[in-house]
Design a binder for this molecule. Structure first.
Ligand code: GRF
Length: 198
């Protein structure tokens, strides 16, 4: 794969990860373009960011569908209609039913060095609290394939950061997020140039 990947970004909230991918794309540093953004929540900042960047958006609220499988199938169908060839989770806070995605790869980034500090309930500040409680000397982030369980798919890349003696969950989260802002686009670029098999 050497041409630009066409990304569908799925999110649930603030959209900082999307913002970073758009920034890399604008600078010409991303071998991919964000072709659509879907959210499982209405009126989140991530949708506003996409809208301002001229990217098609749609929200798929669970209560508008009989169940999660049908919601996810609708979301997948829409993303495929937009012509995506890779799905990127960016702060998407739900399991995803992959049946509707037609075999397209789905990536996620997690704010810890998996397999430690992942799984259900281990998201956001909970992750960094757990890392500090375990007295880890390092943390970091992990890009992995998405399967039907939280944070368990094949690991594609990791980036470490130190845990400092005076860290609190916020300071650690900020350092890890800086690493995410490099690891996620670099991993997408490795996939785009065929250097990483998915
Ligand atoms: C980050 O912690 C990332 O690891 C996880 O979602 C958070 C970013 O969310 N996947 P957002 O981009 O700020 O919405």
């Amino acid at each position: 794969m050497s041409e630009k990947l066409r990304l569908a970004v799925l999110l649930s909230g603030t959209g900082r990860t999307l913002e970073n991918l758009i920034e890399w794309e604008r600078r010409g540093d991303l071998n991919a373009e964000v072709v659509c953004v879907a959210s499982n929540r209405l009126k989140v900042r991530g949708l506003d960011i996409a809208h301002e960047a001229g990217i098609p958006t749609r929200a798929f609220k669970l209560s508008s569908f009989p169940d999660r499988a049908q919601r996810d199938a609708a979301m997948a169908g829409w993303a495929l209609e937009q012509g995506c060839d890779l799905v990127v989770l960016a702060g998407y806070l739900s399991l995803l039913d992959l049946a509707g995605f037609g075999g397209i790869t789905v990536l996620n980034i997690h704010p810890a060095l998996l397999p430690r500090h992942g799984g259900e309930g281990c998201w956001g500040h909970h992750v960094h609290e757990a890392v500090l409680a375990a007295s880890e000397s390092e943390s970091g982030c992990t890009v992995h394939l998405v399967d039907e369980e939280f944070d368990r798919g094949r690991i594609l890349g990791q980036k470490s950061v130190p845990v400092l003696p005076d860290d609190d969950p916020d300071s650690l989260a900020a350092r890890v997020f800086e690493a995410e802002c490099v690891l996620y686009p670099e991993t997408i670029n490795r996939i785009a140039r065929g250097a990483l098999a998915i």
